[in-house]
Design a protein around this ligand. Structure first.
Ligand SMILES: Cc1cc2nc3c(=O)[nH]c(=O)nc-3n(C[C@H](O)[C@H](O)[C@H](O)COP(=O)(O)OP(=O)(O)OC[C@H]3O[C@@H](n4cnc5c(N)ncnc54)[C@H](O)[C@@H]3O)c2cc1C
Length: 313
């Protein structure tokens, strides 16, 4: 049986491959190809940042964690690295409970002012410029096809096939007329690789700060502005990002290579379900700041839902 997946970001590709794994033939329809999506420009580190509802997200993230861990040395662009998460009293660190205990160390010494704990976890780093082409190759080797087309309404989506999965990220706002979905603007800096351990502080809204070291560069973030659709890099944000990362103790010279801006598809709850009215449509969008972190968990959930629903008929 043939299923159509709409979207070729991290969510569309992992969904398409998970459906192939349970035996479906899959065609991807997409406005932009994978290398021109939000997913192609971000970090990406495994970390459940700004994603709801947190309990479900933690479970999906745990599934994805094990998937990536098993891919190290086999897939392009996946490695494990120690990520230090700075925490303030009362901060929700429930993600830790879903990771293997041996992956975690905690410390309360030598912290920047205002923090009470540092949790260092071995987590997956997924490098989109390497990992997304790897997924596309896997998908096409399994018989998948990709065609460029823009969908503008739920009716158009419905008419695509007997089963359609909507993985259009922020594009779902228009297609589904979804008032709960909005942009959370993120500006990040791509810099020459820094000699400092990866670190994040997400304690206070509006003060997100992190450093991720990749194979060829470092990514320094970032901003988290809700309902902001501005795709232009802003100098004021660049200065803020540099000031904040210095306050976390990253004092080496930052040599900028590029300034990138992306709009996180933020929703009060990831929409990973069958449509209530159009039974042939399934949705998988609204992953906020954690699309890579939860991707394989959500993709497997949708594949299971579809498999079970078709079994009944
Ligand atoms: C600055 C920044 C840093 C981030 N860092 C991380 C990180 O370190 N770790 C992490 O896990 N997450 C991170 N994220 C979040 C992550 O990037 C997103 O959650 C994820 O990319 C969303 O993936 P997606 O496939 O849903 O969307 P997208 O990558 O936007 O893909 C959507 C796809 O749908 C297609 N589409 C859209 N509209 C239509 C339409 N009308 N018709 C047909 N096709 C359509 C698009 O062309 C595209 O192919 C970050 C985000 C930002 C902004």
């Amino acid at each position: 049986m043939k299923i159509t997946v709409v979207g070729s970001g991290i969510i569309g590709l992992t969904t398409a491959i998970s459906l192939q794994k349970v035996g479906f033939q899959v065609a991807i329809i997409t406005k932009e190809l994978y290398n021109n999506t939000l997913s192609s420009i971000v970090g990406a580190i495994w970390f459940p940042y700004s994603v709801e509802p947190i309990q479900k997200a933690n479970q999906w993230a745990a599934t994805a964690f094990h998937h990536y861990e098993a891919e190290v040395g086999k897939a392009e662009g996946v490695s494990m690295l120690p990520f230090k998460v700075l925490s303030v009293p009362g901060q929700d660190n429930s993600w830790v409970d879903h990771l293997p205990k041996e992956n975690i160390t905690k410390s309360s010494e030598d912290l920047p002012l205002g923090y009470n704990e540092a949790i260092t976890a071995m987590v997956p780093l997924i490098e989109p410029p390497l990992y997304l082409p790897y997924l596309v190759e896997l998908f096409t080797q399994n018989g998948g096809t990709i065609k460029q087309l823009t969908i503008t309404s739920l009716e158009e989506l419905k008419a695509l096939n007997n089963v359609v999965v909507n993985c259009t990220g922020l594009g779902a706002k228009e297609i589904c007329n979804d008032e709960h979905l909005f942009a959370m603007r993120g500006q990040i800096l791509q810099a020459e690789k820094l000699d400092h351990d990866p670190i994040v502080s997400q304690a206070v809204k509006g003060e997100l700060s992190y450093l991720i070291n990749r194979s060829q560069d470092s990514i320094i973030g970032g901003t988290d502005y809700d309902h902001d659709y501005n795709l232009n890099p802003e100098e004021a944000d660049t200065n803020l990002i540099i000031d904040r990362i210095k306050k976390l103790g990253v004092t080496s010279e930052i040599k900028l290579k590029n300034i990138l801006v992306g709009l996180r598809p933020k929703r009060y709850s990831i929409r990973c379900e069958q449509d209530e009215k159009q039974a042939n449509i399934y949705h998988n969008y609204g992953h906020g700041g954690a699309g890579f972190t939860v991707a394989w968990g959500c993709a497997e959930h949708i594949a299971t839902l579809i498999n079970k629903s078709l079994d009944k008929h």
